[in-house]
Design a protein around this ligand. Structure first.
Ligand SMILES: CC(C)(COP(=O)(O)OP(=O)(O)OC[C@H]1O[C@@H](n2cnc3c(N)ncnc32)[C@H](O)[C@@H]1OP(=O)(O)O)[C@@H](O)C(=O)NCCC(=O)NCCS
Length: 187
């Protein structure tokens, strides 16, 4: 049985993960949300500063649901929002969820995505009660696939022509997952 607990504050060695706030607009835009390079391998469109402000103004309402799992990734020392990590989709019945992540370009290659994903996965498995956490990305997105490997996910296969990329070509997607070591319990 899942026990939804929402976007709880999570801390790692170098990062603090917390709900987004309206005042995060400036650092989101400066660090990642409006950078076209962030969206190269994904179907989402680049966000304008207006998109970011509008989206953040609705965040407070979204967080009233304990089924919202959407963290701002902040550097613990300076408090800047350097990225995001969120549950994109989930199944109550089957207790799986899917994670998505972004980190600002200036911060790539420092292990931040893997560090954030590790603490979020532990939270989703141990506290919320998901049995399976999955992630997928375009086969071209080697950095994201590497994050999946670094957090201990297992490659399950390739979904052929799974999404239509911005160049209007179909792309294969690679699927990874990690299973809880907890035994299944009755619904
Ligand atoms: C995917 C992303 C979140 C990774 O963030 P990050 O903080 O740099 O990730 P980490 O540092 O934890 O790990 C990245 C790994 O990929 C490797 N990597 C980076 N670019 C790579 C490339 N082009 N080919 C192969 N490996 C690559 C890094 O060397 C690192 O592995 P290592 O620690 O073994 O050296 C970041 O690149 C990003 O935001 N990309 C754009 C958004 C996106 O595509 N999100 C995924 C949606 S599915």
């Amino acid at each position: 049985m899942l026990k939804h607990t929402g976007t709880k504050y999570l801390q790692t060695h170098r990062l603090a993960l917390r709900p987004f706030r309206a005042e995060d607009a400036e650092s989101c835009v400066r660090n990642w949300a409006a950078d076209p390079d962030i969206y190269r391998h994904i179907s989402q469109q680049v966000r304008t500063p207006q998109d970011v402000s509008q989206w953040l103004s609705t965040a407070e309402q979204a967080y009233t649901s304990l089924e919202t799992y959407y963290w701002a990734i902040t550097e613990a020392t300076c408090g800047d929002v350097i990225g995001e990590i969120f549950v994109d989709d989930f199944s109550n019945r089957n207790r799986w969820c899917e994670l998505d992540w972004k980190i600002g370009k200036a911060y790539w290659g420092n292990g931040y995505a893997a560090e954030a994903a590790t603490v979020v996965i532990r939270y989703l498995l141990d506290e919320v009660g998901f049995h399976r956490v999955q992630a997928k990305c375009s086969v071209d997105n080697s950095a994201s696939e590497r994050v999946m490997q670094k957090v201990g996910m297992t490659k399950e296969g390739i979904l052929r022509d799974y999404f239509l990329a911005k160049d209007h070509r179909w792309r294969d997607v690679v699927l990874y997952s990690l299973l809880s070591s907890h035994p299944a319990s009755p619904q």
